[in-house]
Design a protein around this ligand. Structure first.
Ligand code: GLC
Length: 539
């Protein structure tokens, strides 16, 4: 299949959670100047695109995913001039900047909502979803917030409920009102004119709700995030993923198309049916450039399951579509925590050698782990509702070095979330000097990827099922051939990969051994427990 070669196709995305990346002014929270100071680190790492979680003014009820002004920068992060400088400094270094954009809901402190809630006949009343109580005073329907509890909040002043699919401080915008569409499109243009390279659009398929807002049904078996449940859970049938949302998405895409330079449209798309996910590329690839694929992330660490997932995903992609893979994010436990110490580098190898656009979550390239946080220290609104679901542990400050506060904030400052306890052993400075560190593993892998057309653009072929919990696939382009093998098990494995060729040279191992960089026979490939290898095949 021939694929278009645009600047973003097969680029590597690095997600920065700005509160936690680098604090330049000593207030315990990261900021834009901090990111500027660390751009050279990202160049050396070898990523192409930086996606920055929200930087807009916000009361921070959901740490920036509750926007109170779509066209400015939160003073905590800096100002527009600093943002322009970040953009310029990134571009000078060949890096691209993608902003997180949150159009499905605003903050309740956004002037639009303040107006909307001021009276029933305010011109902006219809910018949000206001509904009467049921006769017994209960909410208009049974919808639940994704953070927990009812999705409706009562406004005593105007005696109606408003809808919030997330926190009570995140009222949903009514995208069926053309004035809302126009206002959000203008906000997008504001950033596009400044020169941003694209957007990652937050819960983009949640934007429209069923016009009649019927009750949602319940099921048990599998929840919205594809996790097995024993107790009944709500099926989000009428509150999200309405078929008309494709039209809204095409509208956003058209705004991006007004600008030169192929601005990138990434969507946060939660689908576990690969065919459904694939529809968000659009019939003529006229919707989302990269609908994020979260399906591998929710897959247990199991070779057979991963293989089946990949087969199904690649088969579902429309002609010309670019695949994507997200394993870590600010919403999910870290790779080193989820897959464990022994497997997280193999997860990195998988992420960066599949065909498609991978996303690295900041800190995963040094093997940062979730922090332990006492319940009373929880800040995440989802965690306040359900401590077991808190996302704070994967959002702790970046571990730059072994000094106090890990080089994130100056010594003596209280950081907004605690620094991980392991920072003296796990940090950038230390790993920079250690040839076999996780950081150097990622750097070498990204360098190999950059130097090889086959690893970036080449076809992927999943080799037939391997014994002993192993996954094997080739990446090939015009005579250049690579083999990736990953042993998912805690025991050594011997694989027959002869369908990929007779022999090859190990160019990278997740855990380096003296015998690496030597020639290996593919008919009886020895793999230690939890090891992954990147092998260059003889031409
Ligand atoms: C997305 C974000 C998440 C946020 C939610 C509501 O899922 O990734 O962090 O809480 O949207 O905006």
């Amino acid at each position: 299949m021939s694929l278009p070669r645009t600047w973003w196709h097969n680029a590597v995305i690095y997600q920065i959670y700005p509160r936690s990346f680098m604090d330049s002014n000593g207030d315990g929270v990261g900021d834009l100047l901090g990111i500027i100071h660390r751009l050279d680190y990202l160049v050396e790492l070898g990523v192409d695109i930086i996606w920055i979680s929200p930087i807009y003014p916000s009361p921070m009820a959901d740490f920036g995913y509750d926007v109170s002004n779509y066209t400015d920068v939160h003073p905590m992060f800096g100002d527009l001039a600093t943002f322009d400088r970040l953009l310029a400094e990134a571009h000078t270094r060949g890096l691209r900047i993608v902003l997180d954009f949150v159009p499905s809901h605003s903050s309740d402190e956004h002037p639009w909502f303040i107006e909307s809630r001021s009276s029933r006949d305010n011109p902006k009343r219809d910018w949000y979803y206001w509904r009467d109580a049921q006769p017994d005073g209960s909410p208009p329907n049974n919808w639940e917030s994704f953070f927990g509890g009812p999705a409706w909040a009562w406004d005593e002043h105007t005696r109606q409920y408003y809808l919030h699919l997330f926190d009570v401080k995140q009222p949903d915008l009514n995208w069926r009102n053309p004035d809302v569409v126009a206002a959000i499109h203008e906000a997008l243009r504001f950033w596009l004119r400044r020169g941003v390279d694209g957007f990652r659009v937050d819960v983009v398929t949640f934007i429209l709700k069923h016009p009649e807002m019927p009750d949602n049904p319940f099921t048990s078996g599998v929840d919205f995030f594809n996790q097995i449940t024993e107790t009944p859970v709500m099926i989000h049938r009428y509150d999200v993923n309405q078929p008309e949302v494709h039209e809204v998405i095409r509208g956003i895409r058209q705004v991006l198309e007004e600008f030169s330079g192929e601005r990138l449209f990434i969507g946060e798309t939660w689908f576990f049916d690969h065919h459904e996910l694939a529809t968000y590329y659009g019939k003529n690839l006229d919707e989302i450039h990269i609908p994020f694929n979260f399906t591998l992330m929710k897959q247990p660490w199991d070779a057979a399951g991963m293989r089946a997932n990949l087969r199904s995903y690649y088969a579902a992609l429309p002609e010309g579509a670019v695949a994507s893979f997200v394993l870590g994010s600010h919403d999910e436990p870290r790779l080193a925590t989820r897959y464990g110490h022994r497997n997280h580098r193999a997860a990195g190898l998988l992420l960066l050698t599949l065909q498609g656009v991978p996303v690295i979550y900041y800190g995963d390239e040094i093997g940062m782990q979730n922090i332990d946080l006492p319940v009373e220290k929880i800040q995440d609104p989802q965690g306040k509702f359900n401590p077991a679901a808190t996302r704070d542990p994967e959002r702790s400050p970046m571990q730059w070095d072994s000094t106090a506060n890990a080089g994130f904030s100056p010594e003596g400052v209280e950081t907004w979330l605690p620094i991980a306890q392991d920072y003296e052993q796990v940090n950038v400075m230390l790993q920079h000097h250690e040839p076999t560190s996780t950081l150097n593993f990622y750097r070498q892998l990204l360098a190999l990827r950059k130097s090889s057309d086959a690893l970036r653009w080449g076809a992927i072929t999943l080799l037939a099922d391997q014994p002993n919990h192993a996954l094997a696939y080739t990446r090939t382009l015009e005579g250049e051939r690579w083999l990736v093998v990953i042993n998912f098990a805690d025991a050594p494995a011997t694989l027959d990969c002869s369908s990929g060729g007779a022999s090859g040279t190990v160019r990278l191992a997740t855990y380096a051994r003296p015998e690496d960089q030597t020639e290996v026979e593919l008919a009886a490939l020895e793999l230690p427990a939890n090891q992954g290898l990147l092998i260059q095949l003889a031409g």
